[in-house]
Design a protein around this ligand. Sequence first.
Ligand code: ZN
Ligand code: FE
Length: 256
Amino acid sequence: MANLHIHQFPALKDNYGYLVHEPSSGATAAIDTPEVGPILKALDENGWKLTHILNTHHHYDHAGGNAELKAKTGCLIVGPKGEKDLIPGIDRAVGDGDIVELGAARARVIEVPGHTRGHIAYHFADDHVVFVGDTLFALGCGRLFEGTAAQMWNSLGKLMALPDDTTVYCAHEYTQSNARFALTVEPQNKALVARAKEIDEKRARGEWTVPTTIALEKATNPFLRAASPDLRATIGLAAAENVDVFAETRKRKDNF
Ligand code: ZN
Ligand code: FE
């Protein structure tokens, strides 16, 4: 049953916060806790009570509000087992394939290490949505703070394997600068050129470019396009393994 209500709101400088509400039970989860004020305001505006926090990874802009929200609401905190010592107030540590129930809704946990070593995503398959934290961005991917390029490439592969119509909720509005970089490695990609233009128009109107979809990212995101002959030609790695093309693309973005 596709019936989750998802409320998106900006937090901190360029984060997005999300509330996921399952109406039959009233269960409501915050996906990460970038900033307490906007989360409480969003709960209040919708008339929802916080029952869960679902953390994707331990960074402060994702788990920084855990303690205060738990103290205020008594919510259950679910987070990655690979970072359980780093997630404030964690009650349940989860890993690959675990199911998190939010009322009648079920999220499957996908381990996506790379940005951090225990990073996880939450896939609500019945609702065709995935919350990916700082692993996959619109036209980008997370920096490799704790993991290797090979780990991240494997993690992105798990996300690419989700159905094309899956809506992808990322944790930051980085799309416009990601687009500028993407155009330098695959300028021949017409879908990318068109998307970059659309992004500039949206941002000029102050609109959000998140969420995105798996299909759109596979067509335009250079970090998912290691197999593209045009991208390979541009960065001079025509015959390399996909993982090495990804690693070089990530390195170029770090220096962009
Ligand atoms: Zn992060
Ligand atoms: Fe972040």
